[in-house]
Design a protein around this ligand. Sequence first.
Ligand SMILES: NC(=O)c1ccc[n+]([C@@H]2O[C@H](COP(=O)([O-])OP(=O)(O)OC[C@H]3O[C@@H](n4cnc5c(N)ncnc54)[C@H](OP(=O)(O)O)[C@@H]3O)[C@@H](O)[C@H]2O)c1
Length: 288
Amino acid sequence: MQTIQLNNGVKMPQLGFGVYQIPPEETSEAVYQAIKIGYRLIDTAAIYGNEKETGMGIKRALDEGLVTREELFVTSKLFILQAPEDKAAVTIEHSLKVMNLDYLDLYLIHQPYGDIYGAWRALVAAQKAGKVRAIGVSNFKAAKMIEFVRINDVKPQINQIEVNPWNQRIADQKWHDKYGVQIEAWAPFAEGRQDLFTNQILAEIGQQYGKTVGQVVLRWLMQRKIIALAKSTHPQRMAENLDIFDFALSQSDMAKIATLDKKESAFFDHDDPQQVEWFMQRMVDTEK
Ligand SMILES: NC(=O)c1ccc[n+]([C@@H]2O[C@H](COP(=O)([O-])OP(=O)(O)OC[C@H]3O[C@@H](n4cnc5c(N)ncnc54)[C@H](OP(=O)(O)O)[C@@H]3O)[C@@H](O)[C@H]2O)c1
């Protein structure tokens, strides 16, 4: 698996498997299958409700000798509720405990709300204590990322944000490069929104190489030096999404994909007041 070196020297697989929206009862099997097929980067979050089952799938793969722990790169994330410093520390311990792991490879502040500075101090402490190899943020816009880097002594290794053909983040990537923060793409397929999987431009590019739309999209992210997470509960698609290292998109292909950029989220804007209300409600619900 191709890796990318983060700003603290840690090497991270460039392509990974995400478990968002996989029901807990299916997660262990999906994670196990993903590792068996060749994924080494596994991405979950406290709020996904399947951290425990993600850990179970990892344990099964380790017990069967499919991989060693050192070969895997496991990520989880801190939700807003847990952002205050003391709660953040407890939550990191909780993630490790439920996932049955001694350390995580990456831990992220999941959303740009609440006491993100207190949460960051807790993540830095966990990293110093060897509980987490890399730390970062998620869903930070470039402006917030810059402020965060300038205020804190330790800068994030990663910002996990939405990147897909409808929302390419070209300008944002330049800012992240300037500050040495690696972009990791969530929803590379935009979860199939706006008919991504049948898009004619992407399909025609793929036909030249005998590749599918999904493969073209992931390859495009690899060539842009972006880390990508893909999710599927179907082993055949898991394998398809991993089979992207035997071809390269040309400059002309990349230019055609650039024309698809709508420069806006296929989901929502993190600064939309209605969306912020939704997140805050979610936080209150989770606290019950
Ligand atoms: N930090 C954040 O706020 C955040 C937000 C969203 C996601 N994420 C992370 O990013 C990961 C990926 O994002 P995502 O799950 O939202 O969306 P995604 O990977 O863009 O899309 C997943 C969807 O695409 C389908 N699919 C996958 N491969 C396919 C293929 N080769 N052909 C046709 N359909 C295919 C899947 O269906 P099947 O499962 O039925 O195959 C699923 O419906 C998540 O799992 C999560 O780990 C993070």
